[in-house]
Design a protein around this ligand. Sequence first.
Ligand code: FNR
Length: 376
Amino acid sequence: REIFELDAAGETPPLTTDLAALEEAVRAEVPADSYNYVAGGAGTGSTVRANRSAFERWRIVPRVLRNADRRDLRATVLGMEMPAPVLLAPVGVQSILHPDAELASARAAAELGLPLVLSSSSSRSIEEVAAANGDAPRWMQLYWSGDREICASILDRGKRAGFSTLVVTVDTWIRGWRPHEMDRRYSPSRQGVDMAIPFSDPVFRSRLARPPEEDPTAAIQEWQRMPTGASKSWEQFAFLRDHWSGPIVVKGILHPDDARRAVGCGADGIVVSNHGGRQVDGAVAALDMLPEVVDAVGAEVDVLFDSGIRTGADVIKALALGAKAVLVGRPCAYGLAHAGEAGVRHVLRSLLADLDITLGLCGYRSPAELGRAALR
Ligand code: FNR
């Protein structure tokens, strides 16, 4: 509403509401390495493009004169009421993008009451982010290390710091083939960034020959190597159940059989995701697998979605195909890079306003009314 009030007063909003323009602004403002870190995908970028073209193929069929003048965006996800079915996706090492890093994202999320999913490669510690997030709902993502004691330590800290829900990312046990990062010799340590979550962890520190302050490159390499050494399988999921009392959501599922397996192992939710196209070049668009996964496990657990959400219409499409909520990655990262906390807040408010208006124009009063009949 405020965005339109500004327009009515003849002023333009202080930040663009055009996401493509925002991305271009960020590209011009930040070092190429930082822009590539956010924008890039695996290999030729075909999965990044596929994610977007899947959204283009689905079209909404608006309905009219259905008393949709008052909307309510609230949604219940994993038994938790949220002001809108939108979460901030885990995005690592945000100090590459802005000095306030994850603290800015945590404050913006808290203002809007949308859950932040904190990356386990965060550049600010679990406790610092929790303090910035205050009383707001927060979830924590885990790159599942092969070192059980490190996992247990991080999970314990997360619980103490008030993170309610664990998101276990299962599609990134090694990094994808990312030429744009390798050829530019991108590495977090070259950027002089911190990875506070592992670096501040006493168990992780005990595994290093030299402390991260003295040799950050070796510390980052060790952190990135750890998931590889795990050779994990679904059987080991019990470890997470034993060390986390709240809900567990498995992120990075595309095949319905994997979704069934996750639920069979005790997962409380699924995120259908291809990691924003950053892992497998040539992977199927995440949106194209959403209906199958919802058909497989949607009656038992909440299915969430990410990879390609850019507009209110995109949120509507994912919800109509059965997602209970969506996670937003790159748009928030661009907002952060451009204007810190205000930038993240602006991107999210724009997305919610767009969702609200478009939902109404399509004849729906709440996300819960959406179903596959809304689309062609
Ligand atoms: C990510 N993503 C990610 N996922 C995760 O589980 N842990 C992480 O640390 C990160 N880090 C990360 C950094 C950057 C720069 C990006 C762009 C993405 C993936 C993220 O959570 C999400 O799956 C995708 O970003 C969703 O796709 P869109 O919204 O970016 O298209």
